[in-house]
Design a protein around this ligand. Structure first.
Ligand code: GDP
Length: 299
């Protein structure tokens, strides 16, 4: 199978390879070099805020002489990026009740694809799964989920288009609890008439589930398209304000040079990255492992 290194090749060129051409070899750490470094990080979609933070810490260490040469600067940057990522990213779904995963994100981000891949992988681990077709705004979304569920022997709770999303998900949760389902994955709308409507609806869904069980949803996961670069950071901020996220999955990291955005998102939102999407196939959803990700971008 294709290695993560190959799949992330464009981002690797933009970040790891650019950093090694800038820093490896005998060079002096001076203001010119630091300015070039700053531009490089911003160009690699690390984001302005995170880049500022990194540069500040580089300058501090350079003036204290703890960073003596560009080779140690290269290593320092790699470690700094690594530290921006939360180490334990994995969902802990083994609980004594139905684990509820609420999936949020704009249309086209890859929610449906992720739900399918996730359900399959949980099923392969021997878990019972149920899906809730909470994107009641799009008839096609409900149909797609139902067909997929039938094909994979996974029950899908759905109502007609236009039904109240919170009530669909609430019904699904009651049914999942009654049937002792291990994991309920609920889809939600990615677009309503206005952005405000969407955020209010998501907040309502969370309230309705939490009324049933204060611990639920156990995971509120944002799915974002990594190839949208800086726009992905804005989306993450906005969703987090409206619904309080507990994890983020970033799709479409294959074929984009904007993979550095993952660091900006992890840093600004201080949330674990759960999964990354590196293709459209069933095996292309990976449990996110920070070390593996860093190595794929650098080594
Ligand atoms: P939704 O509107 O959020 O449900 O998005 P979909 O799951 O329908 O995905 C939108 C498009 O992106 C589809 O064509 C998917 O095949 C594609 N897609 C989803 N995830 C990935 C990924 O990780 N890599 C690539 N290359 N395409 C993806």
């Amino acid at each position: 199978s294709t290695s993560l290194k190959q799949l992330l090749n464009k981002s690797r060129q933009k970040l790891g390879s650019s950093l090694s051409s800038l820093l490896l070899g005998e060079k002096e750490i001076n203001e010119d070099l630091l300015e070039t470094l700053e531009t490089l990080l911003i160009t690699a979609d690390i984001g302005i805020n995170t880049t500022d933070k990194i540069l500040e810490s580089v300058r501090k260490n350079a003036s204290r002489k703890t960073l003596k040469d560009t080779e140690s600067l290269y290593q320092f940057l790699k470690d700094t990026l690594d530290k921006l990522l939360i180490e334990d990213n994995q969902l802990k779904t083994n609980i004594n009740e139905t684990f509820v995963i609420l999936i949020v994100g704009v249309n086209g981000a890859g929610k449906t694809t992720l739900i399918g891949k996730l359900a399959k992988s949980f099923q392969n681990q021997g878990k019972s799964i149920m899906l809730a077709a909470g994107d009641t705004f799009r008839a096609a979304a409900v149909e797609q989920l139902k067909i997929w569920g039938e094909r994979n022997q996974i029950p899908v709770i759905a109502q007609t288009t236009g039904a109240d999303s919170a009530s669909v998900i609430f019904d699904a949760y009651q049914s999942a609890q009654a049937k002792n389902i291990d994991i309920l994955i609920a889809d939600t709308a990615g677009r309503l008439h206005t952005q405000d409507n969407l955020m209010q609806e998501l907040a309502k869904i969370k309230r309705v589930i939490a009324k049933q069980n204060a611990d639920a949803p156990h995971e509120t996961m944002l799915v974002i398209d990594g190839s949208s670069g800086q726009n992905a950071i804005n989306q993450a901020r906005e969703f987090n304000k409206a619904v309080v996220l507990s994890g983020i999955s970033i799709t479409k990291l294959d074929g984009t040079a904007k993979g550095g955005v993952l660091f900006a998102i992890a840093d600004e939102l201080n949330l674990p990255i759960r999964y990354i999407g590196v293709g459209e196939g069933i095996d292309d959803l990976k449990v996110f492992q920070s070390k593996e990700f860093i190595n794929a971008l650098f080594d």
